[in-house]
Design a protein around this ligand. Structure first.
Ligand code: ZN
Length: 182
């Protein structure tokens, strides 16, 4: 993962922007339009997903898209405007795995400041082991803890979430985990 590419052109008038500290007491460099003076603020994005479980097993999706094509992930994706984090997590689970779930409580909140993202994973209970993966997924299947392809997990946020999940399961209590990735 890497930080988003810098803004090049003004969203209001199309002029080329310049990165500088605005004259309004701000302390950070922003993309400022020299023509219409619009300041383009860039803020972290939310990625929302689920840990869908059926008994002892967890659903993972094999990615059919870059980055990390062919690697395994929990169903997750960028939150859309107009939806809540829970709605986004449910939508991503449906889009990527075609899995029917009952959404549970928030399980992990993972800060990834070096790429400007916050990842949120909800617990979820699968209604069945029948999946209808969308075009972003090569394969969706259930894994017991000792079957998890740890060397082929797509993202660190997914790895730490799975580690905490199975650790909590062993201790008999699923909690809420706030994690900062350096
Ligand atoms: Zn402009």
């Amino acid at each position: 993962m890497s930080l988003r590419r810098p803004i090049r052109h003004c969203r209001e008038c199309g002029s080329q922007v310049a990165y500088r500290v605005p004259d309004d007491g701000d302390t950070r460099e922003r993309a400022v339009c020299p023509a219409c003076a619009t300041i383009h603020y860039e803020n972290p994005l939310n990625v929302v997903g689920t840990v869908p479980a059926l008994g002892e097993r967890v659903l993972l999706c094999k990615r059919n898209i870059e980055p990390r094509w062919g690697k395994w992930t929990l169903p997750a994706g960028f939150m859309e405007l107009g939806e809540t984090t829970a709605q986004g997590a449910q939508r991503e689970t449906d889009e990527e795995a075609g899995a029917q779930i009952a959404l549970g409580p928030l399980f992990s909140l993972v800060n990834v400041p070096h790429v400007g993202q916050v990842h949120l994973f909800y617990l979820a209970t699968l209604h069945s082991d029948v999946f209808h993966p969308g075009h972003e997924t090569i394969e969706a299947r259930l894994f017991a803890e000792d079957e998890i392809p740890w060397d082929d997990i797509a993202f660190r946020t997914v790895r730490v979430t799975l580690e905490r999940y199975f650790s909590d399961r062993r201790s008999g209590r699923l909690g809420l985990h706030c994690i900062d990735l350096g």
